[in-house]
Design a protein around this ligand. Structure first.
Ligand SMILES: Nc1ncnc2c1ncn2[C@@H]1O[C@H](COP(=O)(O)OP(=O)(O)OP(=O)(O)O)[C@@H](O)[C@H]1O
Ligand SMILES: [Mg+2]
Length: 277
């Protein structure tokens, strides 16, 4: 499927190197498409939990937003998003989940909340034929106790499907947390790892962002050695590359340069090193 054309048509005018997780500036690389397809089918098949792992700034949050968009005109799906899953106790997490899904309950204890969630999932899934989907971003922040609650929620099922779909987006370190909890690991129906881009993909991503927002393409704006340098500096991580492109793009505008060359980048890389050390 061509996600780009399904979700967005036409072009727009905005900052090509905005670092917000904007689905419209997203370049659908092969692995991002495969990842979205895996998530989409896992949700449609109601197979339970999917996990997406990736390094810092690899596009996980954006993938979450795109996934929500993909289902936005399907009213049977009830998507809810947790951006920062840090909770002080099981009770706090369960109360948050109840609130998120707008469950009307007088529950006060862990047990009562679990019961309320169970009733909600059976009622929605079986009586109303709805599919609640919980997306958890920054999954590496989940504590073992919270992971145990998620595992518990995945126990609610019919003979054919799970009543709650969970998508966890997490940095690579989450792998260790999963490994230390084999019961949790067993519940993962689909897992996907987003690897850093190759040089070619990174250049395509930069080109895509420029074409979407301006009338220029990548070689109008960057020299080839400059692009090589962006790749070497970013190691194929989109956010790191975009940040550098943004700095260089500003210099180009301010100094009315025709193209961004290596020396502009080198200067900005040095400045970043000084700022971040
Ligand atoms: N395939 C892509 N095409 C265009 N931009 C991308 C792509 N992947 C990531 N980006 C951009 O990189 C930046 C980081 O993306 P995002 O916040 O989704 O990453 P993340 O993996 O959630 O990061 P973190 O590990 O910090 O949570 C955003 O500006 C996003 O738009
Ligand atoms: Mg993120």
């Amino acid at each position: 499927m061509n996600y780009q054309s399904v979700l967005f048509n036409g072009s727009m005018r905005k900052n090509p190197f905005s670092i917000s997780p904007d689905p419209q500036l997203f370049y659908f690389s092969r692995q991002h498409v495969e990842c979205l397809q895996a998530l989409e089918s896992s949700i449609r098949l109601r197979s339970g939990m999917s996990v997406v792992l990736g390094g810092v700034g690899m596009g996980k949050t954006t993938v979450g937003r795109i996934l929500i968009r993909l289902f936005q005109d399907k009213p049977e799906y009830i998507f809810r998003l947790i951006l920062d899953p840090q909770f002080n106790s099981e009770l706090e997490f369960l109360a948050h989940l109840s609130q998120l899904f707008e469950i009307k309950t007088k529950a006060q204890t862990v047990l009562e909340y679990k019961e309320a969630l169970q009733n909600f999932l059976y009622f929605k899934g079986i009586n109303e034929k709805k599919i609640p989907v919980l997306i958890i971003d920054e999954g590496q922040k989940l504590s073992p106790a919270m992971m145990e609650i998620i595992r518990g929620l995945l126990n609610y099922e019919t003979n054919e499907f799970k009543l709650l779909q969970v998508v966890i987006l997490a940095q690579m370190e989450f792998t260790e947390q999963i490994r230390s909890m084999p019961n949790f690991m067993d519940r993962i129906a689909a897992a996907y790892v987003l690897d850093p881009f190759s040089e070619e993909e990174l250049i395509r991503m930069i080109d895509h962002r420029l074409r979407k927002t301006t009338s220029e393409h990548v070689l109008d704006v960057f020299s080839e050695p400059a692009l090589k340098q962006i790749y070497e500096y970013s190691h194929g991580f989109p956010r790191k590359a975009i940040n550098l492109c943004q700095q260089a793009y500003l210099v180009r505008v301010n100094e009315q340069l025709e193209r961004i060359d290596e020396d502009v980048l080198t200067h900005n890389i040095r400045r970043k090193e000084v700022t971040y050390v």
